[in-house]
Design a protein around this ligand. Sequence first.
Ligand code: URA
Length: 184
Amino acid sequence: MFKTWEEIEESIINCQKCKLCKTRQHIVFGTGNKEARLMFIGEGPGADEDRLGEPFVGRAGKLMDLAFETLGIDRKKVYIANVVKCRPPANRNPEEDEAVACLDYLRNQVILVQPEVIVLLGSVALKNILGKEYGITASRGKWVEKKGIKYMPTWHPAALLRDETKKIDFIKDLKKVVEEMKIK
Ligand code: URA
């Protein structure tokens, strides 16, 4: 556990804890307000994120930005990170050993940010943060409270690109977050 952002960022610079280090262009550490009340956790960087070093800047990110705009969520006020910090080749899901190797960084980020609410974007975030017994279809839209943090699982924005009907759920789930946090 690192006590400061400087320490954790320093520690990750040359990370070789898993095989994703061999194919990455950039480590995508996380972005946003380091004292955010609201945090979003995705799966792992895609091609655009790997190229630019920032989470959710590709097609899925653009869709998330649109939802933020609709709901009055200011991207600069939230903190956004992923389960794995390096791109899994060909956008496959992170493998178990990769997620396990990387999760200490994410746990450390959560401890430093101290968010009130965490939105878990998709199955990989849900299972790695709350446990393998959770499934996204049954869990999305339902609050889970653990150790003083409220979690809202929802679809991963990339799933909305594949299935338009999921957009309604996604907005509904984020609306619950906005209402809970009295953002508007
Ligand atoms: N998908 C993710 O899970 N994270 C990103 O940063 C981009 C796409």
